[in-house]
Design a protein around this ligand. Structure first.
Ligand SMILES: Cc1cc2nc3c(=O)[nH]c(=O)nc-3n(C[C@H](O)[C@H](O)[C@H](O)COP(=O)(O)OP(=O)(O)OC[C@H]3O[C@@H](n4cnc5c(N)ncnc54)[C@H](O)[C@@H]3O)c2cc1C
Length: 257
C-alpha cells in the first residue's frame, strides 16, 4: 500500500484525489521570533514569557499571537545537535487584501516595518518586540484550507496529515491531527497484520473516521482565521441593552401573532 504523508502540496493527493484542492482563505500572517533577551524579559508581561499562548485582539480588524517557545537557535541545524534558546514567537494576522500585493517579495526588515506601521496605537513594548526580531526568521504566509472532504472509494492508496486535511494554523491543530491519523491508521494496519481485518476495509474504516474529525477541525480552524480579521464593533453598554430589549419585543410580538 501507499500512504501519502507528503505535506500540503501532496503529489499523491494531486494524482489520487485531484478534485480535492486547497483554497485561499483570504487571510495572511507575518510570522517572526525574537530571542528572549533580558531587555525583553523586563518589558513583557509574565504570560508572554511562560509558554502561555496569548491572543491580542485590538479594536482594528487584525490579530496578534504571542508565546514563548524553546527552539533551535539555527533552524537549519539538526534538532539533536542544535543549540536551544528561548524565543518569543509572534504571528500578526490580517485580511490578505489589506496587505500590499507583493508582500511575499518583502525583505524581513520591510515586513517588520509593515507590521509596526499597522500597530501604531498599540503598546510600545510590542514595537520593541517586533524590532528585536531575528531577521532570518520573518516570513509572510497566505493561509489556505482544505474544503469539506467528501467520501471516496477506498483502495490501497491513502493519505494522512496536511496531505489530506491542510488547515490554517489558527487552532494549532494541524500536527495534532496528523498524529491522530498516524495512530488510527497504525491501529487499523495492525489489525490487518494480525489477520483480523481485510486491507481495503481497514483503510476504508480509517478514512471514514479521519474524514469526520478532520472536517470538524478544518472547519473550526477556518472560522478562527476568518474571525481573527473581522471587525467586531462592540456597542456601548447602554446601546446593547436597548437592542436586546428591541429584540425581545419583536420576538414577543411574533409569538402573539
Ligand atoms: C505557522 C504555523 C504554525 C503552526 N502551529 C501549529 C501548532 O501549534 N500545532 C499544530 O498541531 N500544528 C501547527 N501547525 C501545523 C503543522 O505544522 C502541520 O499541520 C504539520 O506539520 C503537518 O504534518 P505532516 O506530517 O502532515 O506534514 P509535514 O510536517 O509538512 O511533513 C511532510 C514531510 O513530507 C516530506 N515530503 C514532501 N514531499 C515529499 C516527497 N515527494 N517525497 C518524500 N518526502 C516528501 C516533507 O519534506 C516533510 O518532511 C502550524 C503550521 C504553521 C504554518
Amino acid at each position: 500500500m501507499l500512504v501519502g504523508a507528503d505535506a500540503s502540496n501532496s503529489k499523491v493527493r494531486k494524482q489520487y484525489l485531484p478534485f480535492i484542492e486547497r483554497f485561499d482563505v483570504g487571510v495572511s500572517m507575518v510570522i517572526g521570533r525574537a530571542r528572549l533577551t533580558p531587555v525583553l524579559t523586563a518589558l513583557l508581561p509574565q504570560n508572554f514569557l511562560d509558554g502561555t499562548p496569548n491572543s491580542i485582539v485590538p479594536k482594528s480588524p487584525d490579530w496578534l499571537f504571542i508565546s514563548m517557545w524553546r527552539a533551535p537557535v539555527n533552524i537549519h541545524v539538526e534538532a539533536a545537535s542544535a543549540e536551544i534558546d528561548n524565543f518569543i514567537v509572534w504571528a500578526y494576522v490580517a485580511a490578505t487584501d489589506s496587505f500590499p500585493d507583493n508582500i511575499t517579495d518583502f525583505s524581513a526588515e520591510a515586513l517588520c516595518d509593515l507590521v509596526q506601521s499597522r500597530m501604531i496605537s498599540w503598546d510600545p513594548n510590542l514595537h520593541t518586540l517586533i524590532k528585536q526580531s531575528d531577521m532570518e526568521n520573518i516570513s509572510p504566509l497566505h493561509l489556505r484550507s482544505m474544503p469539506h472532504l467528501p467520501p471516496w472509494k477506498s483502495s490501497a492508496v491513502t493519505l494522512l496529515g496536511d496531505a489530506i486535511h491542510n488547515m490554517t494554523p489558527m487552532t494549532g491543530a494541524g500536527a495534532n491531527t496528523a498524529l491522530r491519523d498516524a495512530l488510527l491508521l497504525t491501529q487499523k494496519l495492525a489489525s490487518v497484520a494480525s489477520g483480523h481485518e481485510e486491507l481495503i476495509k481497514a483503510i476504508s474504516d480509517y478514512e471514514q473516521q479521519m474524514r469526520a474529525y478532520a472536517n470538524e477541525i478544518v472547519g473550526i480552524s477556518l472560522r478562527s482565521a476568518q474571525n481573527a480579521v473581522v471587525h467586531f464593533s462592540i456597542p456601548p453598554l447602554k446601546q446593547r441593552h436597548l437592542s436586546i430589549r428591541r429584540k425581545n419585543t419583536s420576538q414577543s410580538y411574533q409569538h402573539r401573532r
